[in-house]
Design a binder for this molecule. Structure first.
Ligand code: COA
Length: 266
């Protein structure tokens, strides 16, 4: 099944090279803050990428050199009503869930500030690479609010309860090396190397068997929400399903024939 790409994007840029899609949040004047229109474009674009079998890996970054995403747009937050605030949070959570469960890897290339919704979006990605100049945090507490795009949940799962509570309650951002030390980002590179590193990793991931990639992401994400025993049954079921693919036969045969496997996603 394919789904049409949006005809026009006001706040995002999309570039496709081979099997890799580079998606850039493009509101540099407000440090790429996520307003409702941007989130909605992101939702539509992410759905199109999900259903495009020619795309095997996505890189997500921010326009300019200063910021990945400086959070939800505070102009919109400032006028929220209780019901509107709940809707806004649930819409954001939905878009981040789509990214987390895209079925193909999404690499966050964190090129600067990743604050609030920016940190939350990066955490929904499969893997995070940060420029060593990046600053990452959940500063909502300083606005008298709390994270609404599942930051309290994903941060806790990534770095543990103690560190998450400290970041959430102080609101202080941390640098890229500290983020790496606590497991919030996977790699740290000089700013000039960021996209090169992200593309190289994307190319590696894009060369893997797509169905196996999808099932690994599914097993990890769904498994985390299940009791261990049920997660094992889920893993075993996916293992059985992947055993029915041509790529499984190709992967094992290529190993025995001492050659590189050519995966087709079937
Ligand atoms: N929403 C809306 N606008 C934002 C924004 C956000 N989350 N973050 C930055 N901007 C805007 C600023 O208002 C400013 O606009 P202006 O030029 O019209 O005044 C512009 O982006 C540049 O930001 P500025 O604050 O001047 O840059 P800085 O280098 O002095 O500081 C930050 C950078 C990231 C530390 C600072 O912008 C900041 O704290 N942003 C808010 C972060 C936040 O609380 N995010 C969580 C929201 S829930």
């Amino acid at each position: 099944m394919t789904l049409a790409y949006p005809d026009h994007l006001d706040n995002l840029l999309l570039e496709r090279t081979d099997a890799i899609a580079l998606l850039t949040v493009n509101r540099p004047k407000v440090l790429n803050a996520l307003n409702t229109a941007t989130l909605d474009e992101l939702r539509r674009l992410v759905l199109a990428l999900k259903h495009d079998e020619t795309v095997r890996c996505v890189i997500l970054t921010g326009a300019g050199e200063k910021s990945f995403i400086a959070g939800a747009d505070i102009n919109e937050l400032a006028v929220q009503t209780p019901t509107g605030g709940r809707d806004l949070a649930m819409r954001g959570q939905h878009v981040l869930d789509l990214i987390e469960n895209l079925g193909k890897p999404v690499i966050a290339a964190i090129n600067g500030y990743a604050l609030g919704g920016g940190c939350e979006l990066a955490m929904a990605c499969t893997i995070r690479i940060a420029a060593d100049t990046a600053r990452i945090g959940q500063p909502e507490i300083n606005l008298g609010i709390i994270p609404g795009y599942a930051g309290t949940q994903r941060l806790t799962r990534l770095v543990g309860r103690g560190r998450a509570l400290e970041m959430l309650l102080t609101g202080d951002p941390i640098g890229a090396h500290e983020a790496h030390r606590i497991g919030l980002v996977n790699r740290v590179v000089p700013p000039g190397e960021l996209l090169k590193e992200a593309r190289a990793l994307a190319a590696t991931l894009a060369s893997k068997a797509p169905v196996a990639v999808r099932y690994i992401i599914d097993a990890v994400n769904k498994g985390l929400q299940m009791p261990f025993g049920e997660a094992q049954v889920h893993e075993a079921t996916l293992f059985g399903l992947v055993a029915s693919t041509e790529d499984m036969r190709e992967g094992t045969k290529a190993f025995l024939e001492k050659r590189k496997a050519e995966f087709k996603g079937r």
